[in-house]
Design a protein around this ligand. Structure first.
Ligand code: ADP
Length: 322
């Protein structure tokens, strides 16, 4: 393999730049040319492809977002559109493609490797939601977690000064990991996640008994995929009369300089993706399990359900917040 390309796709995540840097540097170290595809699959189709050098990724490891830009490209689900992208790779002699993104992005990569046997594809999990099979952690999760912790610590100052209940809505459409890990980290009284049934009456009773015991404030973390912070407040106020405020953290969770954990994870996974391409592997997603680098065929990533919600951790948060 003499030439590979890399793109970032789907929602951006802190650490994507570190992953691109690792792909570029590892490839060049192995005498492989690297091309950056700008704007994800949209740029692949529109031929926004440029050769990257060692210096192209200098001063990027600490930056959030993605310097390759990301874009949604729904048309990439059409075979004729994908064919244009495949032609743009083939005309440059590119034989390997690293796709950094979520499982939607992996599906695009899988189609490419099915439709063009000369192009190998490897997926690198980049999303703050931590919702991809085949890995314990995705790139961006740790940074988003730390952003939430920092924000909630500040909100807690106000909550305790005014004896308020704060309901904090965090990201996580189908996966409650951000809410769970943030909830445990900030000592939230209640964590509401899509994986567990919600009993607002029971939550209200717990807040009430806390107040009776002298608790001055409560923090509730709710994952957006379960219910909105406002819906949670509206329901809660049906059962108790508390001074409840809602804070929706929104897009600040996606930005910022990646944490050390995310930089290390991105560097390891990016380097490993190049190793796999050089070994002739294709149609796989890389990941980390028990701190070991692993790869899983895309088909298994789409069908398996190995990224399980940690019920023991959830139960522990309840035990610690009585
Ligand atoms: P994520 O990668 O974070 O899951 P999306 O689901 O938005 O984000 O997918 C990112 C891009 O991947 C889409 O805009 C589209 O270009 C491509 N994609 C998603 N699903 C498919 C599919 N089934 N076939 C081909 N390409 C897809």
């Amino acid at each position: 393999m003499k030439k590979i390309a890399v793109l970032t796709s789907g929602g951006d995540a802190p650490g994507m730049n570190a992953a691109v840097r690792a792909v570029v540097r590892k490839a060049i170290y192995n005498n492989v040319e690297v091309y950056g595809i700008f704007q994800g699959y949209q740029g692949l189709v529109n031929d926004e492809i440029e050769k990257l050098e060692l210096g192209s990724v200098g001063d990027t490891i600490q930056r959030g977002g993605t310097f390759l830009y990301s874009a949604r490209c729904p048309e990439f689900k059409e075979a004729s559109v994908r064919q244009k992208g495949i032609e743009n790779l083939k005309k440059r002699g590119i034989e390997g493609l690293v796709v950094i993104g979520g499982d939607g992005s992996y599906r695009g990569a899988q189609r490419i490797s099915e439709e063009c046997k000369e192009i190998q594809t490897i997926g690198v999990p980049g999303t703050i939601d931590n919702d991809i099979n085949g890995t314990d952690f995705t790139i961006g999760f740790d940074t988003a977690l730390n952003t939430i912790i920092e924000s909630v610590d500040k909100i807690r100052d106000t909550a305790s000064s005014h004896a308020r209940t704060f309901i904090i809505e965090v990201m996580g459409r189908d996966c409650g990991d951000l809410a769970l890990w943030a909830g445990m980290s900030v000592g939230a009284e209640t964590i509401i996640v899509p994986e567990m049934s919600v009993d607002i009456r029971e939550i209200a009773e717990r807040i009430e008994s806390g107040i009776k015991r002298g608790k001055k404030h409560s923090i509730i973390i709710v994952a957006e995929g379960c219910m909105s912070g406002q819906a949670c407040a509206d329901e809660l106020l049906k059962y108790i009369n508390v001074d409840a405020r809602v804070s929706v953290l929104g897009h600040i969770q996606r930005g910022g300089s990646p944490t050390g954990n995310d930089r290390v994870l991105a560097s390891r996974l990016g380097g490993f993706a190049v190793d796999l391409l050089l070994n002739g592997e294709t149609a796989q997603g890389v990941g980390i399990k028990d701190n070991q680098l692993v790869s899983t065929p895309f088909d298994d990533i789409f069908t398996a359900n190995d990224h399980k919600f940690n019920h023991k951790m959830y139960e522990l948060t309840k035990e610690l917040s009585i």
